[in-house]
Design a protein around this ligand. Structure first.
Ligand code: 3HC
Length: 389
């Protein structure tokens, strides 16, 4: 019988190592890496704070032991761990040395927001902006899909009212700020468009070309893609300087994080305005470059994939879910979260990461492929790793 501690060492230690390597590579700051996992996934602490708490040298030793067992490059302790252990430095020291970034300011007015899409992410994003007082125009392919967005938001607001945290008047005001349309032309006078449609490059390229035609000059064109290159979407427009990533997390009304993704072409004023807007809707912005997985998915999905591989060795899913929640304090176990995210989405992200980084350890678990092939995608189909029927 595997212990909770062994499960922690198998799943959480490589995640910590990976977070260290992400910092070591200069991709993101200590503060942003920790904030990303706390506010994107609801973790009680960021990974680098966890390394500090366990002790840099202790984490290095645990990883070295694991690496000796598996020979997997992902378990080889990051060089920075070695260096920091020798120097007696902590990640808190690194964060303090980097200092605090100044609060972002609006460089252009944002009053009206457009959202394209009517799925779970789009619905949540519409709610987030309307809740913060913005007028929101959202575009979908049919009246039925638009009604679905109203239905999603109404359900959430009714739940809040039932819990005594909102009134019917507030709900009516919020819904009054929404305008649904089946015509993209309705986006002609918004100050920013956030795209949250299907995760398909061709489909998004067509949309960005069209948004370039429709949106007024200077309007920011944002995408909430989790795995496609923002740079390519910018290139589909005549205004790549106005194109940026705003990666929200599921469920968007609850998760506090937005990863703000800039490309080489994104104007600094556009990036700062997007960060200011993120703060204005009550979310935390972290900055990341246009690379597969950004911060959160890069750290989260290999861990989820490892959990599936551990299950393939015969360990029960419920045992893994419970052990991770107990030892690391994560709000959901890996199989519970996979079912929320959707196995199709998880597989697509894992394939992107495998392709971008070429780590053999990132190869999608066979069971994940099988679940997708069988149409067992998670909560949305009633069955995924767990059964919801
Ligand atoms: N929509 C709106 N509100 C929701 C919601 C939803 N779908 N689900 C839950 N909530 C609200 C509840 O109303 C409740 O609000 P309250 O505290 O104000 O009353 C609050 O969230 C907490 O909900 P519950 O008490 O029902 O349940 P939990 O305490 O278990 O919290 C959770 C639910 C916030 C989802 C928590 O389990 C969590 O943080 N899970 C981790 C989710 C995660 O990791 N997301 C990231 C996935 S990766 C991703 O999105 C990237 C993409 O590219 C794939």
């Amino acid at each position: 019988m595997i212990s909770s501690e062994q499960i922690f060492n198998t799943l959480v230690l490589p995640y910590l190592n990976h977070a260290v390597r992400t910092y070591e590579s200069g991709y993101a700051s200590v503060t942003d890496i920790d904030a990303a996992m706390r506010f994107g996934c609801g973790y009680p602490k960021g990974p680098l704070t966890t390394v500090d708490e366990l002790g840099v040298a202790a984490v290095r030793d645990l990883l070295a032991a694991r690496y000796a067992d598996t020979g997997d490059n992902l378990h080889r302790p990051a060089e920075l761990l070695e260096k920091m252990a020798t120097d007696g430095r902590t990640f808190a020291d690194e964060a303090a040395a980097a200092g605090q970034a100044p609060a972002p300011e609006f460089k252009q007015d944002i009053a009206r927001v457009g959202v394209v899409g009517t799925g779970t992410m789009a619905s949540g994003i519409v709610q987030v902006f309307a809740q913060a007082g913005y007028d929101v125009v959202f575009v979908g392919r049919s009246q039925e899909k638009l009604d679905g967005v109203y239905g999603y938001i109404t359900k959430n607001l009714d739940r809040a009212i039932a819990k005594g945290r909102g009134t019917e008047d507030e709900k009516a005001n919020l819904l009054g700020r929404l305008t649904g349309s089946t015509e993209r032309e309705a986006l002609g006078d918004v100050d920013i468009v956030v795209e949250a449609i299907a995760e398909d490059l061709e489909v998004k390229l067509e949309l960005f070309g069209d948004l370039d035609r429709i949106a007024k000059p200077g309007a920011i064109l944002a995408t909430t893609t989790s795995s496609l290159p923002v740079t390519k979407l910018g290139e589909a427009t005549g205004r790549p300087e106005s194109v940026i990533g705003m990666h929200f997390f599921n469920p968007a009304p609850v998760m506090k994080l937005v990863e703000v993704i800039t490309t080489d072409a994104t104007a600094e004023d556009v990036a700062e305005t997007t960060r200011a807007l993120t703060a204005n809707v009550g979310k935390i912005a972290v900055s990341a470059g246009d690379r597969s997985g950004f911060i959160v998915n890069l750290l989260l999905f290999p861990y989820l994939n490892d959990a599936i591989k551990l299950h393939e060795t015969g360990v029960e899913m419920t045992v893994i879910d419970a052990a991770v929640k107990e030892t690391a304090g994560f709000p959901m176990g890996p199989f519970e979260l996979l079912d929320v995210v959707g196995n199709d989405v998880s597989l697509a992200i894992q394939k992107e990461l495998h392709g971008e980084f070429g780590e053999p350890g990132f190869a999608p678990a066979a069971t994940l492929e099988a679940k997708v092939a069988a149409g067992e995608l998670g909560r949305k189909t009633g069955k995924g790793f767990h059964d919801y029927s």
